[in-house]
Design a protein around this ligand. Structure first.
Ligand code: CLF
Ligand code: SF4
Length: 498
């Protein structure tokens, strides 16, 4: 028997990678659809190591109210709550996109996701798309909506070659909807409670069907709200899949009192890492799940998990002198090389096997282990522990290695050869890694090494520059060979959230 590392060719499929775009999962799809997702950082989990997205905040208005939203901030249906984006006109947005395209060759996708609802601002949204289709036809266009106006806008979306649409669908039951949406604004009227939620749900479902009939890929976002819709989202997942959604992204509610949202003020909690993962796993039986969402800002720029927006504020963009011809050549060359690397990685991971005989037959049923990985992109272990702003979490088992999600941390090392002394931040980082039993990075300082060991997390810098899944599998094999400890003591208490 063999241990498969991301068994794409070996039949692991999406369940092994937990992603929206492993090559096996896509291989049954028409080539035209594979082409739409292979370099989209949100629709393909492995593509997000190589390709970037950007958002332009051109859409200020919204036509509904969500209990997790405060209009002072970006739309929380596709954005991290509590951040404010620089609002742009369509002309400014196009200028900014061209500047980013010239400077960040990884950027393949332009999304409009706020700060309000893009389809509640159709003139501004479609004018931006219209100009970009002319000026930058190689950029994929993407939009995110609450769905209320969607059925009215589907034809216009088609006209602009928009291949990717996200609809936030938090429920299919108006009773539950009334607990999430106090009102909607529709046909020039404010409609409250269950009645409003019912209309919203119907419009979302209709929009979803219309898009899939036209071959547009639809991702559904759902905000997981414990005690409100957490028990209901499995059903949502089944229904949206049946209606043709391509990918389901269950995101955690983030409700802080200081954001001034209804939920924040009422003390509604968000889910724990374990609760989120458990729900994603339940939904995954029926649906391709996205687990690498970073809840971006409405003006995010760069790879998922990084934000280079500060480099491209309008005052900076206005002063940039860009040789577009040279930049576009560089862009095309980068993207061709990145795709070739990605294809090679997909092939290699599909073909990589570690013989279980090397770690002993009795370990066929060795328990799974969570590991955290520090990476700055490229699909390899290549980041210093102290420089990581987030860790990717993988689950290794005797049958496969799968991506589980990411954990954001505070940066405590400000550079130099040694890690900083921000002990309390380091402790916080280690708490963030609860449940993980190893952390893979390119380098790590002495102090965090010791503290990780004390917390029951094995630091590992032996696999620098290796592809992540292969490195995780190799560490798992070593751990199993040594004998996995019972899940007790500190690790268990951390997993319990202690
Ligand atoms: Fe933007 Fe959304 Fe398009 Fe991606 S983000 S409009 S599909 S290009 Fe991606 Fe960011 Fe998550 Fe959105 S990580 S918040 S899912
Ligand atoms: Fe806020 Fe977005 Fe909901 Fe509108 S759709 S209320 S902007 S979270």
């Amino acid at each position: 028997m063999e241990l498969t590392v991301i068994g794409q060719e070996a039949g692991g499929g999406c369940s092994s990678s937990g992603c929206g775009g492993s090559s096996d999962q896509l291989s049954h799809l028409p080539q035209s659809i594979q082409d739409k997702v292979k370099d989209h950082p949100c629709y393909s989990e492995d593509a997000h190591h190589h390709f970037a997205r950007m958002h332009v905040a051109v859409a200020p208005a919204c036509n509904i109210q969500c209990h997790y939203c405060n209009r002072k901030y970006d739309c929380a249906n596709e954005s991290r709550p509590g951040v404010v984006s620089e609002l742009l006109t369509p002309d400014q947005a196009v200028k900014k996109v061209m500047a980013v395209a010239a400077n960040i060759p990884q950027m393949t996708v332009l999304g409009i996701a706020g700060p309000g609802d893009p389809l509640a601002n159709p003139e501004r949204t479609f004018e931006t798309f219209r100009q970009l289709t002319e000026k930058a036809p190689d950029i994929k266009l993407c939009v995110s909506t609450n769905g209320l106006s969607l059925p009215d806008q589907v034809d216009e979306l088609c006209k602009h070659n928009i291949d990717h649409v996200t609809i936030t669908i938090n429920c299919v039951d108006p009773e539950i909807g009334a607990k999430i949406y106090p009102w909607i604004f529709w046909n020039n009227r404010r409609i409250k409670g269950k009645k409003g939620a019912k209309i919203l749900i119907e419009r979302q479902q209709k929009g979803l069907e219309m898009l899939t009939e036209r071959g547009i890929l639809v991702k559904v976002n759902s905000v997981m709200i414990p005690g409100v819709n957490d028990q209901h989202l499995e059903e949502v997942s089944k229904i949206v899949k049946a209606k043709g959604a391509f990918l389901h992204n269950v995101m955690p509610l983030i409700a802080e009192a200081e954001h001034g949202t209804f939920y924040g003020v009422m003390g509604q909690r968000g889910p724990t890492h374990d609760e989120l993962q458990a729900l994603q796993d339940k939904c995954a039986g029926d649906m391709n799940m996205m687990r690498h969402c970073r809840q971006c800002r409405a003006d995010a720029v760069g790879m998922l998990g990084e934000d280079r927006g500060d480099e491209f504020t309008m005052d900076k963009v206005e002063t940039m002198h860009i040789d577009y011809e040279a930049a576009m050549e560089k862009r095309a060359a980068y993207q061709a090389a990145a795709l070739a690397t990605l294809e090679a990685q997909r092939k290699n991971t599909g073909e990589s096997f570690i013989s279980l005989s090397s770690i002993g037959v009795r370990r066929k049923d060795a328990r799974p282990v969570l590991m955290a990985v520090a990476t700055s992109g490229g699909g390899v272990v290549n980041q210093h522990f102290g420089h990581a702003k987030e860790f990717l979490v993988y689950e290794a088992s005797a049958t496969d290695v799968r991506f589980i999600g990411h954990r954001k941390v505070d940066l405590y090392c400000e550079g130099g050869d040694t890690c900083g002394d921000g002990e309390s931040v380091l402790q916080k980082t280690i708490r963030t890694l609860e449940g993980c039993e190893a952390v893979l990075c390119s380098k790590i300082g002495y102090e965090p090494w010791e503290m990780l060991e004390q917390a029951g997390i094995a630091p590992n810098g032996e696999h620098a520059m290796e592809p992540i899944e292969e490195a995780v599998a190799a560490v798992y094999a070593e751990m199993v060979a040594k004998g996995l400890p019972e899940k007790t003591g500190q690790v268990a208490s951390l997993q319990a959230g202690a």
